[in-house]
Write a protein that binds this ligand. Sequence first.
Ligand code: PLP
Length: 393
Amino acid sequence: MSAIMPTYGRLDVTFVRGDGAWLFDAAGTAYLDGVSGIAVTNLGHSHPAVTEAIRIQSGQLLHTSNLYHIPGQQRLASTLTQATGMESVFFCNSGAEANETAIKLARLYGHHRDVSEPKIIVLEGAFHGRTMGALSATGNARIREPFAPLLPGFVRCPRNDIEAVMRASREYPDIVAVHVEPVQGEGGVHALDPGYLKALRRLCDQQGWLLSFDEVQSGNGRCGALFAFERLGVTPDVLATAKGLGNGIPIGACLTRGAASKVLGPGDHGTTFGGSPFACAVGQAVLDTLIDNQLWTRADPIRETLLSSFSDTLTASDKVRDIRGLGLMIGIELDMDCSSLVQRALEQRLLINVTAGNTVRLLPPLVMSDDDAAALGQGLARIINQAANTEIE
Ligand code: PLP
C-alpha cells in the first residue's frame, strides 16, 4: 500500500528528467509535454537560466525570514510592478495562497469602509484553489460542497453576464469586490468576454469595488502577454498569480494598485516561506527570461501551428464542438466520452489534459518548437479519430 494519501488518480508513468517540451521516463522514452505541469513550466523543463539561478542562490542563501529585508524580494517586486503597472506585491507560495491574500484584502478593504459583512462576487465555472477561502470561492460544487461549512461572503454569478452582476449589486449592498479568472482554466478554458470585463471595470469604479483577477494559470506569458489582462484590455486592482512564476519552484504573488495597495498593513497577513531569497531568485530568473526574450510572443504562433495541424489531421470533425481559449491556454470541447483520451495520448507519448468533463486542455510550454507543436496537434487529432471510431464500433 502506498504511504501517499490517494487524493490524485495518477497515470501509470514516472518521469525522471525533462528538457524543454520533453519529459523522459527511466527507460529513456520521450513524451511530448502538452500540459507543462498544469501551466507551470512555461519556460520548459531544465531551462538553463532557471537551473543557474537555483545553483547560485542555493549556494548563497535559501531562507531568512520576512522579519528582515530581502533584497531579492524587492527586486522581483520591482520587476513585477514595472512590467504590469501594479504598485505593490505580497509574495506567497502557491496559487491558492495568492487568492487567499486577495480574499483577505477584499474583506479588510470592506471593513475599512465600514462594511460589516463584506461580500465578493465570484463566477460559476471558477477555480481558485483548495484552501478553504479559495475553495469557497470556487464554482464547482462537487469539489466544494464536501467541505461544508464553507466560508460565507461569496455571491456567485454566471460568466459573461453583466446583468447578473447588476442584479447582485442591488440585492447585496455589502459587495466590496469582484474576483474572476480572466481566462477560466479548470472550468473548461473560457476567456471572459473583453466587453464583459470592461463593463465589470466600469461597475467596480462606480461602486467602489475592487476588481481582482486570478491569473494563477493565465499569467506569466501563457496567454500571449505577460498577463492575460493586458490582452483583454482591462487592468485589475488586485492580481493573483503563481504557477509559471517559478517554473516549478513554489512561488505565488498578490499584486495591487491604487486603493488596494493601502489595505494590508503590519500584522494583517504573513507567511514563513513566501518571498524567500531562494524563491525570489528563481522567480527573477523566470521573469527576466520571459521579459528579455518577450517569450509570450511565441504563444499565438505555437497555438496556430498546433491547431492547424490538428484540423488538417482530424477526420472526426463532427466530434469537435468548440475550440477556444487564449494563447497557450487551449480548450477543445468534444461531443464524445473523453475519459479514455488522456490514457490513449499517453500510449502515443503525448501528455494532454481533460477538464470540465469533455474539454481537452492543452497548455504547452512557450519554448515548444513549431515541429513539436504540429506533432502535438496531429497526435491529438489521431487520438480523437481513433476514439470516435471505437465509439461507432
Ligand atoms: N487559481 C487558478 C486559476 C488555478 O488554475 C489554480 C490551480 O490550478 C489555482 C488557483 C490554485 O493554485 P495552487 O494549486 O498553486 O494552489
